[in-house]
Write a protein that binds this ligand. Structure first.
Ligand SMILES: C[S@@+](CC[C@H](N)C(=O)[O-])C[C@H]1O[C@@H](n2cnc3c(N)ncnc32)[C@H](O)[C@@H]1O
Length: 333
């Protein structure tokens, strides 16, 4: 049967509208469909089960995974007021998706709410959804907008996660392979999806999620401890721990600022006050070192008047010590 042959003109007009009844931002939907030469999902030939979404048109059409699925003819748009009989993966869900949902998914499919995470309060959740609204358990996003963030999946990740948890990784792969980053979602969550898919009901998935969260929290603590130990070595101050051990002050904050510690030490230590180092590590004495015109050391602790007297003294001595051409000392009479 030809595409759209049975549709009334009103139905056809509705197709380009969002769940709000507004004209969709996605002006190129029809073009995309023609380019793909694909039949819509309503015709039942593009995907093994029904996929649907309420689209609130909050997102940039170019980055929106729901709109892309629509362009590909894989997902059907639902209106506000319309309910869905399959598993609705929604921030308004109560229990989490679980393997026991498999039959519902296989029979009625899955739906999502295409909206912005920042505008959830604008979504009339009471007018959408269905009997089987579900949250997703802990999984990490791989999409470029929220990469690495747990729970914040986009629409295609959400539906794919639902399929994978109920044991249909094949359908999850089929959907995600339309996105360059898509299969990464399954890769980074593989271990966890395996765990969830071996559960039974919602409660068992939630317990598995809890155990996983404890496990990753412990791993993060261990990594942090290891990193702080490695930091000590990276700083190259292998004596640092010994220095801390000899300190009488056990203030924990001391560990945070070594420079401050050293400055305090310097202040307390009168002997070191005069010692400075040049670029090569040579000691520079802060005490003023004076040398006379002949390179003789003049004691810096003495005052100027005594310096003068010293100078005079040495000049006198030089005057006294004269030598003849043969280097013999001439003694003045
Ligand atoms: C908020 S929208 C954001 C969509 C995004 N703009 C995109 O490009 O796909 C993501 C939808 O996926 C589903 N979803 C994602 N993560 C979920 C989770 N942890 N629990 C329940 N539903 C979730 C919900 O239907 C949610 O409304």
């Amino acid at each position: 049967m030809a595409k759209g042959k049975n549709k009334t003109s009103e139905e056809r007009a509705n197709k380009a509208k969002t769940s709000n009844g507004h004209k969709s931002k996605q002006h190129h939907i029809r073009k995309g469909r023609q380019e793909n030469g694909s039949q819509s999902q309503e015709d039942g030939e593009k995907f093994p089960v029904k996929l649907a979404m309420w689209d609130f048109d909050h997102c940039d059409p170019k980055r929106c995974s729901g709109k892309k699925l629509e362009r590909l003819g894989l997902i059907k748009n639902l209106r506000v007021g319309q309910k869905f009989s399959g598993i609705v993966v929604s921030p308004n869900g109560k229990g989490v998706v679980c393997p026991d949902d498999r039959e519902i998914v296989e029979t009625f499919g899955s739906a999502v709410v295409e909206c912005s995470w920042a505008r959830l309060e604008e979504v009339p959740f009471n007018k959408i959804g269905g009997k089987h609204e579900r949250l997703l358990p802990y999984l990490v996003a791989a999409n470029p907008v929220n990469y690495g963030k747990p729970w914040r999946l986009n629409c295609v990740e959400a539906v794919a996660a639902c399929f994978a948890i109920v044991g249909h990784t094949d359908w999850a792969e089929l959907l995600l392979s339309n996105f360059s980053w898509g299969l990464t979602f399954l890769k980074i969550n593989k271990e966890l999806i395996d765990v969830y898919s071996k559960c039974t009901d919602s409660d068992s998935v939630e317990s598995a999620q809890k155990e996983w969260l404890v496990k990753i929290e412990n791993e993060a603590k261990e990594r942090k401890e290891l990193a702080s130990k490695e930091d000590v070595w990276m700083m190259g101050n292998v004596n640092r721990e010994n220095v801390d051990d000899t300190k009488e002050d056990d203030d924990e904050d001391d560990d945070d600022d070594d420079d401050e510690e050293e400055e305090e030490d310097d202040d307390d230590d009168d002997d070191e006050e005069d010692v400075e180092y040049d670029n090569l590590g040579n000691i520079i004495s802060k005490k003023e070192v004076k040398v006379d015109s002949l390179g003789n050391l003049i004691d810096g602790d003495e005052d100027e008047s005594s310096d003068e007297s010293n100078e005079d003294e040495s000049e006198e001595e030089i005057e006294e010590e004269l030598y003849d051409k043969l280097g013999n000392l001439i003694i003045k009479s």
